[in-house]
Design a protein. Sequence first.
Length: 124
Amino acid sequence: MSIKTRSEIHKSYVHMLCWGSFNFEALKDIFGKAFELAVEKELNKILVDGMEVLGTSPTMLERYDLGEYVAQLCFKYKRPFQIAVAGKVPFVDPDRFGETVARNLGVNGRVFTDLEESLLWLKV
């Protein structure tokens, strides 16, 4: 089993609800779809909700690659995105390595272990 998703389009943001077993390539696809939906609906805020994702946590290299991939998506679409990711430890690195990579590459993004905090940060 891999990550399953359901997308919800809200007034001011795209919400990608994720559950199932962690798979790196599937997660990249989820981010790609989230960006495509945001552009299509003319929204700049994205929430990837991974609170129900289980299985093996991402490696450090996967965390790096995902941060870099999100930055590439931001540059590809040339929009001022604000991206929140919510998940549980161990999927969320306590040191926020992937977040640091993305932010160092210019992404306005944060990673949270509390879904409500991610919504507050997005101001939605």
